[in-house]
Write a protein that binds this ligand. Structure first.
Ligand code: XUL
Ligand code: CO
Length: 442
């Protein structure tokens, strides 16, 4: 991939990040992410399809509820919204190509500012789609997924597709239509729905059944429009239990799978799992991966990490090898992702104010994923992890146990078998032994 420079260089003094191996002390090099390294039959590049999130890297300016911006973006100086958006896209593609990231993701309003004029918004986005198309052609960078932001504008304060006001729903639909058009024009491989405000603050003013039915109708209408217009990719739902809404309908993977099944959406929709959303739901990341994998809907990942002390979505860059190694065990055994990739839905801290910090953050995230995958593959190949797990269930592999799995043993038979066989042996689950295997291979 060659570095894409516009009229101006935004990340001066930083050249393309390359793999230099674990012994390198260059902070601008990968120590584990060698994109061509083959693990479990696939290159690291193809396993992960790493993606840069436009919103955190080029829009979030460090402001929080207690203070204003701390990042001064050089690409934000022009008056005209489209000109400003083009500068931002120049900076984005410079960063993405310097980082050797093969993909990017965006919300409609990340790319260009929106107003309340639907037709004008559509024109602005279409102009930027043309610009992005050129950038993609020049660099080979691809669009992993796009989405519509149906949670920031005040009209969406009570939800978009689950809003009690039908006109708000229609405004949301206009935005989704334009974002789908953009996805199709840019050969986007997937499309995401994250329902930030699709939920409720209090049941006192909420008809939950009606709202969920509206959400399902909205997803069907979106899917039908995209398919009619040639979209072949996968739709993803991104679960999150809460924040900004007190209770979100797409709480976790299990909830989403039930919803997709109930409303006949399982053929077109899979799941985009975000690490910090999993932990907010009271699960581990690996639990959510396993739930999705078992249902055949492990689509894509939003990579980040939470904070063990803070109970909100801190969206930090991933650096926890133990967490990711356990996740990569599930990932590899599931045969990887279906259609999606690993998108860094993560932001640098408010006081990480150097342009270089964005590089260190992505390098760390990519290296941690790469090292975790390599470690997980070693565990699967070289330890008795798999054998132990198989043997734990071996009583179901033959005889009555097998017949039970096949559905041919009734409750009376089970009772007779229990009497005939006597008291079961006590068998250890060996958690600490297995945990030690993880650390041994790291
Ligand atoms: C918010 C979040 C979103 C989605 C896309 O927590 O994860 O950025 O990924 O709307
Ligand atoms: Co996300």
């Amino acid at each position: 991939m060659s570095v894409a420079l516009g009229d101006k260089e935004y990340f001066k003094g930083i050249s393309q990040v390359k793999y230099e191996g674990p012994e390198s002390d260059n902070p601008f090099a990968f120590r584990w992410y060698d994109e061509n390294r083959v693990v479990a039959g696939k290159s690291l590049k193809d396993h992960f399809k790493f993606s840069c999130a436009y919103w955190h890297s080029f829009n979030a300016d460090g402001s929080d509820p207690f203070g204003g911006p701390t990042f001064e973006f050089e690409w934000n100086s022009k008056q005209d919204a489209v000109e400003r958006a083009k500068d931002k896209m120049d900076a984005a593609f410079e960063f993405i190509t310097k980082m050797n990231l093969p993909y990017y993701c965006f919300h409609d309003v990340d790319v260009v500012d929106y107003t309340n004029d639907i037709a004008d918004n559509d024109r602005r986005l279409a102009t930027m789609v043309d610009y992005a198309k050129q950038k993609q052609q020049q660099t080979g960078v691809k669009l992993l997924w796009a989405t519509a932001n149906l949670f920031s504008h005040k009209r969406f304060m009570n939800g978009a597709s689950t809003n009690p006001d039908f006109l708000v729903l229609a405004h949301g639909a206009a935005q989704v239509k334009a974002a789908l058009d953009a996805t199709i024009a840019l050969d986007g491989e997937n499309y995401v729905f994250w329902g930030g405000r699709e939920g409720y603050m209090t049941l006192l003013n909420t008809n939950m059944k009606r709202e969920q039915e509206h959400l399902a109708r909205f997803l069907h209408a979106s899917k039908d429009y995209a398919r009619k217009n040639g979209f072949k990719g996968t739709f993803f739902i991104e679960p999150k239990p809460m924040e900004p809404t007190k209770h979100q309908y797409d709480y976790d993977c299990a909830t989403v799978i039930g919803f997709l099944r109930q409303y006949d959406l399982l053929n077109d929709f899979k799941i985009n799992i975000e690490v910090n959303h999993a932990t907010l739901a009271g699960h581990t990341f690996q639990h959510e991966l396993q739930v999705a994998a078992d249902a055949g809907v492990l689509g894509s990942l939003d990579a980040n990490r939470g904070d063990v002390q803070n109970g909100w979505d801190t969206d930090q860059f991933p650096n926890d090898l133990n967490e990711l190694t356990e996740a990569m065990l599930v990932f590899l055994e599931a045969g990887g992702l279906q259609g999606g990739g690993v998108n860094f839905d993560a932001k640098i801290r408010r006081n990480s104010t150097d342009p270089a910090d964005l590089f260190f953050a992505h390098i760390g995230g990519m290296d941690t994923f790469a090292r975790a995958l390599i470690t997980a593959d070693n565990i699967l190949q070289k330890s008795d992890y798999k054998k132990f797990r198989q043997e734990r269930y071996s009583s179901f592999d033959s005889g009555k146990g097998k017949q039970f799995e096949e559905g041919t043993v009734g409750l009376e038979d089970l009772r007779a078998y229990a009497i005939e066989s006597g008291e079961p042996e006590v068998r250890s689950g060996k958690q600490e032994y297995l945990e030690n295997i993880i650390n041994r291979f790291i």
